[in-house]
Design a protein around this ligand. Structure first.
Ligand SMILES: [Zn+2]
Length: 395
């Protein structure tokens, strides 16, 4: 494992969440694969082409750390259990028609498969695609993985599966999640962040989606810590958690849920850093105040670093570097500047099939995403200079 210093190049750390919009030709290839018009190898060649473009253009933004844009993945939530969103290549002991993961503000929904029995096993791990991507990169890479709390929704909300208790499932699930993180580091990821978008949604109490009213947030925190606590303090400085109100088809699922429902609980996670949606929050100072109040300087041996979102991933408007700098300088009034970082509000396209309606097309949304990332990097450098945070001198 290398020794990436997140202050390299920008003084204040800056890191993407993970996904980028898939090009139209890749989205068409997914549909063609589901319709059995092309082979798995052919789909993979489209994925590889999009990964290469994501890495080349990601590096051109000047970012100190990049992702591969998750172009190989069906989605941020389901990459380990299905090849496509339509359910081609579903893992063993799963079938279609599980709980809604979320119902979004524009009315569309995303549904999970359901577990039919045990054991629960991943069919692919993050490292499977990272191993291929990392060969193409000259900059450090990060990897996003899914939280156990999301996949816990595969188990029936009420009752137990015959022959496979919830406790047995949770043990299998935690083992798979731990393996996913360890293998990503072994494949060369410098940082691994855990996607926890269901955290804020967990207090929504949407009657159309019963799990959101079942008081699951404390359970989610406990389950995620069961995995996080398997790592040493040194390892956890490189393990982050991402929170957001969702992001799909340029719509969100829990922006109307008060951030104050989540934040005091969120920082109970013993992670070393947090990638936090922020730019799209309307009332910003109270959020910064809560982050400053609830983040822990000692989370079982690691100080929690808060990367705040400075770009809105649902909007085609490109934030200027100056605007981003101003947000970060303001944040430093509430969060110690040596514990501050910047990120995007969310992945730019967490699901493989995403028309990006606010943008007009996924191809245009890709262009916008790279511009936003370039400005995030530039604005972060400006803020570091203004706050007197130097770039470390190379050894
Ligand atoms: Zn997100």
């Amino acid at each position: 494992m290398g020794s990436y210093d997140p202050r390299t190049d920008t003084g204040i750390p800056t890191e993407p969440v993970g996904s980028l919009p898939r090009p139209s030709r890749l989205q068409k290839a997914y549909a063609d694969y589901d319709a059995a018009k092309i082979t798995k190898d052919e789909l993979e060649s489209f994925q590889d082409e999009a990964v290469e473009d994501s890495i080349t253009r990601g590096e051109a933004t000047g970012a100190p750390i990049i992702s591969d844009g998750e172009q190989h993945r069906s989605s941020f939530a389901t990459y380990s259990i299905t090849d496509t969103l339509a359910g081609t290549g579903l893992a063993d002991n799963l079938s279609a028609g599980g709980q809604y993961f979320a119902i979004f503000a524009d009315g569309h929904n995303r549904q999970l498969p359901r577990l039919t029995g045990g054991p629960f096993r991943y069919k692919s791990f993050s490292s499977d695609s990272l191993k291929k991507s990392i060969k193409l990169a000259s900059k450090p890479m990060k990897q996003a993985v899914i939280a156990p709390s999301m996949l816990a929704l595969l188990y029936p909300l009420n009752g137990e599966l015959p022959g496979y208790s919830q406790a047995e499932f949770e043990e299998d699930l935690c083992n798979e999640c731990e393996k996913d993180i360890r293998q990503a580091f072994e494949a060369g990821a410098q940082r691994v962040s855990i996607d926890f978008t269901e955290g804020r949604l967990a207090t929504r109490a949407d009657p159309r989606n019963p799990w959101t009213g079942a008081g699951k947030l404390p359970y989610f925190i406990e389950l995620n810590n069961r995995v996080i606590d398997r790592f040493s303090a040194e390892e956890r400085t490189k393990i982050g958690v991402h929170t957001c109100p969702g992001g799909d088809r340029d719509s969100v699922h829990s922006a109307d849920v008060p951030y104050s429902d989540l934040l005091p609980e969120l920082f109970k996670l013993n992670a070393g850093y947090f990638l936090m949606q922020f730019a799209s929050e309307r009332d910003k100072d109270p959020v910064l105040e809560m982050i400053g109040k609830h983040r822990r300087e000692d989370a079982n041996g690691v100080p929690q670093v808060c990367y705040i979102g400075v770009t809105v991933t649902q909007s085609p408007r490109v934030e200027s570097a100056q605007e981003i700098c101003d947000l970060l300088v303001r944040a430093a009034d509430f969060i110690p500047k040596e514990r501050l970082g910047s990120t995007d509000d969310c992945g730019f396209s967490p699901f493989s099939i995403d028309e990006k309606p606010n943008h007009g097309s996924p191809d245009y949304a890709r262009e916008v995403a790279f511009q936003k990332i370039a400005n995030r990097v530039e604005g972060t450098k400006m803020a570091a200079e203004k706050l007197g945070i130097g770039v470390p001198v190379a050894a």
